[in-house]
Design a binder for this molecule. Structure first.
Ligand code: 6GU
Length: 264
């Protein structure tokens, strides 16, 4: 899959993605990354791409023409129109199913804004999807673009060493992942759950599924509405909800783990 990123900070994207798993996939040619510096399309020798907003107000606005020219440069090389995502807090919130949709594309353009945004007129001309990564404000679209590319990339065949691992993880089943343990068997007096050492695969699977349901009930009860549970599992869930009622280990706003918070 080929990602084109239109940005004022190409080195941020390059440094972030040519590392770790995405870095290896790029080297292997499973992915391709084309960063395009919008400043190269400024059309003036100062490389100025922003100006004051009409109507007044704080900050600067990225001008339409450099963005348009950068986009034209990319689509002309592709020889066809390309799905083009504008990363903005005003967009639809990114989620796993959205990533699965984007992963079907052969090429994707991601447009990163800065300052107070981009002139609306060019957005109307080139953008097919407006995407946010959550309800908080960042300084620019580069980190969101990297978040999207990372999420989409791991769905591309061959990017993860284990082809099955992408499918069974968090959210696919609308359940959170079960807890993981590795050596040593006892760490600071805390033992690994014995079932994991039993070698009984059936029991291990059962325990993991139960843990997934428990932590989803505790941390992300909103996800449970979409989860596909057996009658027996629904029974377990009811009991879990009962036992959580008495519990007050988590504060309601920051969702801090109070046991660790009070120790600090
Ligand atoms: Cl896509 N951009 C910016 N600037 N802030 C964000 C965002 C995007 N998503 C969440 N916050």
């Amino acid at each position: 899959m080929k990602f084109h990123v239109l940005t004022l900070f190409p080195e941020m994207i390059e440094n972030g993605l040519r590392t770790s798993i995405t870095g290896r996939a790029l080297e292997k040619g499973l992915l391709s990354l084309d960063t395009v510096n919008i400043r190269d399309f400024a059309g003036n020798k100062h490389g100025k791409v922003d100006d004051y907003p009409y109507g007044g107000g704080a900050g600067m606005v990225m001008q339409a023409e450099p963005v348009y020219a950068a986009h034209q440069y990319v689509t002309a090389r592709a020889g066809r129109p390309l799905r083009t995502v504008y990363l903005t807090p005003q967009g639809r919130t990114f989620h796993q199913e959205m990533a699965e949709e984007f992963a079907k594309e052969e090429e994707l353009v991601l447009l990163c804004g800065h300052y107070e945004g981009i002139d609306e007129r060019v957005l109307e001309e080139i953008v097919t999807d407006f995407v946010s990564i959550g309800d908080y404000v960042l300084t620019g679209g580069e980190l969101p673009a990297m978040v999207m590319i990372d999420t989409i990339s791991r769905l591309v065949e061959g990017v993860l060493n284990n082809e099955t691992s992408a499918e069974f993880e968090s959210f696919h089943d609308s359940l959170l992942e079960y807890p993981q343990y590795s050596r040593p068997e006892v760490w600071r007096g805390k033992a690994v759950p014995p079932v994991l050492l039993s070698g009984h695969h059936g029991n291990v699977e059962k325990w993991r599924r139960e843990q997934s349901i428990r932590r989803t009930a505790k941390w992300r009860p909103d996800l449970l509405e979409k989860a596909d549970l057996t009658d027996k599992e629904k029974e377990l869930l009811k009991k879990e909800k009962e036992s959580l009622k008495g519990e007050e280990k988590w504060d309601s706003i920051g969702e801090k783990n109070l046991k660790n918070w009070l120790r600090m």
